[in-house]
Ligand binder design. Sequence first.
Ligand code: G1P
Length: 281
Amino acid sequence: MPIKKCLFPAAGYGTRFLPATKAMPKEMLPVMAKPLIQYGVEEAVEAGMKIMAVVTGRGKRAIEDHFDISYELEHQIKGSSKEYLLREIRELIGRCTFTYTRQIEMRGLGDAILKGEPLIGQEPFGVMLADDLCTREDGEGVLAQMVRIYERFGCSVVAVQEVSREETGKYGIVAGERIDEDLMRVETMVEKPDPEEAPSNLAIIGRYILTPDIFRRIEETKPGKGGEIQITDALMAQAAEGKVIAYRFKGRRFDCGSIDGFVEATNYFYEKERGREEPKA
Ligand code: G1P
């Protein structure tokens, strides 16, 4: 079954970016002139997904407005030298459909994904955490790579990267049986373990392909780390049946949920875009 939908859990507060995120969704923080969530939508579209299912919360309306037409603004700049600045987002909006629902209470990533079920239905889907900004210079994006892995194995896929031992407490950590250099059949998954308890240093980053049985698994999942419903724990139920593949993706990932990662991403894209000429109006 082709993967047509991508779920964006976007209800979190973004407390690490206060006061910037007091009235603005963290997903709208820009790296260069583009909000984080737009990078995510572009990656999902590149992976062949056409329906963006966004789980939002209070104070997140700017996301909906961003993926809409702004008639007044567009009327104002029509025919001016600024018109090209909106061309990319206009094209993107034209290529996909956005659906929204709200997570009323913050009960964890697993719960946020479950809240997206009415938007997804009974089909496999992608999950994109927009504050993990991923880029690939010379080839397909991370989600597109994962779709191919899904097509091969037909089960859930998580993107992983190696992190230092001291950092295991920030991620879901996986271990299992290697299939080849970049693939592993997951046997164990632990949410944010202390370094001494971590089964490996392979960390899940914010890209998933999930089979729809995950929704029932989430319902059966008890609150875990931090008292929240963790997607890692729900995935562990699939992993126990050999139905989760970890994929060491090709490309770079910036942790834009942290100031350090955000600044790194900004520097990276600045270098990349510097010298790129502004198209003539
Ligand atoms: C979430 C997941 C975690 C994963 C991480 C990737 O944590 O719970 O398993 O490793 O995203 O960014 P969060 O960063 O939302 O605390």
